[in-house]
Design a protein around this ligand. Structure first.
Ligand code: SF4
Length: 276
């Protein structure tokens, strides 16, 4: 396995040299930029995430500028990205980071709201040059197919030394990410032109459960509702029903989850207000 792992690394990094995607944050060591980018890019294509990242970093170049702003301002800038909880958690993280900086939290950034193992490792690898693999679905898919393994976490743990030996973890992680989204794609991987094909096990591709259809979903309604409240501050349930042409049952489902997430408050008189 050691020889195959070395070959994987060599072929992949050679591919990356010529096919690397250029983004403004690719070379940064700033953990705040990495946290921003990783939060924005969850469930969002990198090209689109890059556009939002530039807007955010201009407005909030450090945690202090975001923490001294309002949640409402962060949500306005976030408009169009969906999954508004991520914006709220980012805002909460900025407040924590004003009290306790990244260096003090190192290496446990998971204490920040919304930061899981992936983002934790991304900050460790890209800001602190730690020898770690950032695992997400794209990365797991590449390992699973190429090495023919089901348990990617165990595989990486057992082969970590060979994988990360004499290589920048930033380069390796970014190479796997780019390769996973450009070549070894979830659907229709480009196997016939793939530089890893000779040694790839092409393991059985697991079919993931399709995501909830967006159109007409509770997620879409929550997004529309938040947009409406951002321009009105507060509205009665009746007015919202009318404005969004939605029935009360669906609306209550959306308002309940948004309230639970701390984004809005439903007052006793059925007035719905955005939290600031
Ligand atoms: S040959 Fe196909 S499945 Fe294997 S790594 Fe390349 S693109 Fe992925």
């Amino acid at each position: 396995m050691e020889i195959k792992t070395k070959k994987f690394k060599r072929d992949l990094l050679n591919w990356y040299k010529n096919n690397k995607r250029d983004y403004s944050w690719r070379e940064t060591n700033d953990p705040w930029k990495i946290l921003l980018l990783e939060t924005i890019s969850q469930q969002t294509q990198l090209d689109r995430a890059d556009t939002y990242f530039k807007l955010f970093i201009k407005e909030f170049p450090n945690p202090e500028t975001m923490a001294s702003s309002s949640l409402k301002k962060v949500l306005i800038l976030w408009s169009g990205l969906g999954y508004n909880n991520r914006a709220k958690r980012l805002y909460e993280s900025s407040k924590i980071l004003c009290e306790t900086g990244f260096d003090e939290l190192y290496p446990n950034f998971e204490v920040l709201p919304g930061v899981g193992p992936y983002t934790n490792n991304a900050i460790l690898s890209f800001a602190y040059h730690k020898k770690v693999i950032t695992r997400d679905v794209n990365v797991d898919r590449v390992f699973s197919r190429y090495f023919g393994v089901d348990e990617v976490k165990t595989f990486i743990h057992n082969n970590k030394k060979t994988l990360l030996d004499r290589v920048s973890s930033r380069d390796l992680n970014q190479a796997i990410m780019d390769f996973g989204s450009m070549v070894c794609k979830s659907k229709n991987p480009l196997c016939s032109s793939c530089v890893l094909e000779n040694n790839c096990k092409k393991y059985i591709v697991k079919i993931k459960r399709p995501q909830e259809a967006f159109s007409g979903s509770n997620r879409e309604l929550r997004g529309d509702l938040l947009k409406l409240l951002l321009s009105n501050n507060k509205l009665s349930l009746k007015k919202i029903e009318k404005a969004l042409a939605v029935d009360r049952e669906k609306l209550l489902k959306a308002t309940t989850t948004l309230e639970k997430d701390g984004l809005i408050t439903i007052k006793k008189n059925n007035l719905v207000e955005i939290n600031s």
